[in-house]
Design a protein around this ligand. Structure first.
Ligand SMILES: Nc1nc2c(ncn2[C@@H]2O[C@H](COP(=O)(O)OP(=O)(O)O)[C@@H](O)[C@H]2O)c(=O)[nH]1
Ligand SMILES: [Mg+2]
Length: 218
């Protein structure tokens, strides 16, 4: 599996997160913190495992709260992390989309906030788009990829997309590689992830650092 090949080149010590802290929450554009360091945003449907991935990457049990209640994160949360190599960046937890119970007005406000952030944020370099490995890419996900790829900006470098196929442990070991290979998005690499498979975090972190411009390709 390609992912194992990447993992073999990872120097876990340099990437290791030595500190992570909650930086800010924004429910509206005006509440976004000043764009002072490189950002990697995490997007995907509610309940896909965003908070779990963030906690794992930050080596923290519950800094980004996890919940089995879909849609309970209705704000953009910013976390500031520092790695052993001295790299500072922000990981950004976007509210989950596809939450049907929201009112029309609420959905409109949400879309304005998220689209505005993704298309205009000068420090945004990479987006990790999470999809459940058992469901693959759905209409909302494809819409987001298309928006990111068409939303060119003269004021910042292009935003790279990494697809994260989550909850890999829900499939039998022998089914995982084929399920990941089935998830195809133009211009994006797919990484399998599970909170139960610790080696998947190092490979994902390495890929994100590379896409965000911090690391040479492995
Ligand atoms: N089995 C398994 N469950 C997971 C995994 N990642 C997340 N979950 C569970 O899925 C639910 C939603 O996770 P959460 O991180 O809150 O998703 P979010 O809504 O996208 O932030 C929680 O009950 C998690 O414990 C995983 O890799 N494996
Ligand atoms: Mg969450």
């Amino acid at each position: 599996m390609a992912q194992e090949k990447v993992a073999a080149h990872v120097r876990p010590d340099a990437s290791r997160v030595v500190s992570a802290e909650f930086l800010a929450a924004a429910r509206a554009q005006v509440e976004l913190p000043p764009p002072t360091q490189i950002e990697i945003a995490f997007a995907g449907r509610s309940n896909v495992g965003k908070s779990s991935v963030l906690n794992r990457l930050m080596n923290r049990r519950n800094l980004a709260r996890t919940s089995s209640t879909p849609g309970c994160t209705r704000q953009i949360n910013f976390f500031s992390v520092r790695t052993a190599a001295g790299m500072n960046l922000s990981l950004v937890d976007l509210p989950g989309y596809g939450y049907a119970k929201r009112s029309k007005d609420e959905r409109k406000l949400w879309a304005e906030l998220i689209d505005g952030y993704l298309l205009e944020r000068p420090t945004l370099r990479a987006v990790a788009l999470l999809v459940d490995v058992r469901r693959g890419l759905e209409a909302d996900d494809l819409g987001l990829i298309e928006m990111l790829q068409s939303g060119g900006s003269r004021t910042r470098p292009s935003v790279k997309t990494v697809i994260v196929a989550t909850k890999l442990d829900k499939l039998r070991a022998g089914e995982r590689a084929a399920a990941i290979a089935k998830i195809k998005a133009p211009g994006s690499t797919v990484y399998g992830f599970s909170t139960e498979l610790t080696e998947t975090a190092a490979a994902l972190w390495s890929a994100l650092e590379h896409r965000a411009g911090f690391r040479a390709p492995a």
